[in-house]
Design a protein around this ligand. Structure first.
Ligand SMILES: [Zn+2]
Length: 305
């Protein structure tokens, strides 16, 4: 019985992959890559950091693979050929100091989704504090807290783990002045990433709307340009949507705010019929060139549930 079920599942998956390959031929996919940090690291339990060397190798492969590198705020993400779009989440300072000079070398544009409260107040990113203090097991507990409680929890954690404060300096957010300079670069596009970086599905509809709106308002006041795109914090979705860091109220808020599109954080390809307020993205890990090439092929050809 188990063998029959397994066989049926494999057959379904195989058929799905054949269909996906057919769709790719008729309708070339766009893929959106999600980065967080580009920096040197000594071990990265969160797997959010790509070293400058590996980032350079990844951009070399992107430059030789794609004719079309599109911006996330472009009119359309998909083109007549397979295309790619680069995005960064959260607003780390190294996006400006390390990633941008490498992007410049290849003339590749990217969109940076900024958690504006972190930029305005210099709040440390709580997930980095957990990682540095070896307390990643607390991730779920802190994720469920309101933002104000998260800051208190991080404060308590850092008091008990003094060396972490120094290590956190290496992954601090952009300052307002740096963000203003950064935003003027022609390869840079900014997007909203809420103000306090909450798990949106923990909030009511109005609070979600206010979080995204405040992020847009702050970015506009600092740069004189109102972003037209956003990304949901965490942004994950399980297959068939049973678990989600965002919900229909998040999508409604983006629509009500007149945004062009919003990025989520689950693998998939962008097609003309993809929901523009739940754009799939592929998380990029610290892969060297050959490993990235293999992943890229999978991102472009594999079907996703
Ligand atoms: Zn984020």
């Amino acid at each position: 019985m188990v063998t029959c079920k397994l066989l049926a599942r494999k057959l379904c998956f195989g058929a799905y992959q054949v269909c996906a390959a057919g769709i790719n031929l008729v309708c070339p996919p766009a893929i959106v890559l999600a980065y967080h940090r580009v920096a040197q690291h000594k071990g990265d339990p969160l797997q959010l950091t790509v070293t400058p060397k590996n980032f350079t190798e990844q951009l070399e492969i992107i430059a030789e693979t794609f004719d079309d590198v599109v911006r996330f705020d472009a009119v359309q993400l998909h083109t007549a050929r397979p295309s790619v779009c680069l995005t960064f989440d959260d607003g780390y300072m190294d996006n400006y100091t390390i990633a941008l000079p490498i992007l410049e070398r290849f003339n590749i544009p990217a969109t940076f989704f900024v958690s504006t409260g972190h930029v305005e107040h210099g709040w440390p990113y709580w997930w980095e504090a957990l990682s540095i203090c070896g307390r990643l097991a607390d991730h779920g507990r802190i994720l469920a807290m309101p933002s104000s409680e998260q800051h208190k929890a991080v404060h308590v954690l850092l008091e008990a783990c003094a060396p972490a404060a120094e290590a956190l300096e290496e992954c601090h957010p952009l300052t307002i002045a740096a963000l203003q300079e950064f935003s003027r670069h022609p390869l840079v596009c900014l997007g909203a990433h809420t103000h306090t970086h909450p798990r949106l599905s923990n909030l009511g509809a109005e609070d979600q709307y206010q979080e995204i709106k405040k992020s847009l308002d702050k970015l506009e006041s600092w740069t004189s340009v109102r972003p037209t795109v956003a990304a949901y914090p965490f942004g994950a979705r399980s297959p068939f949507g049973r678990f989600c860091d965002y919900n229909k109220d998040s999508i409604k808020a983006c629509r009500r705010l007149g945004l062009k599109r919003a990025a989520a954080n689950f693998p998939g390809q962008v097609r003309p019929w993809t929901n523009c307020y739940a754009i799939p993205r592929h998380l990029v890990r610290d892969w060297d060139g050959p490993a990235f090439k293999i992943q890229l092929r999978t991102f472009l050809t594999r079907g996703y549930f």
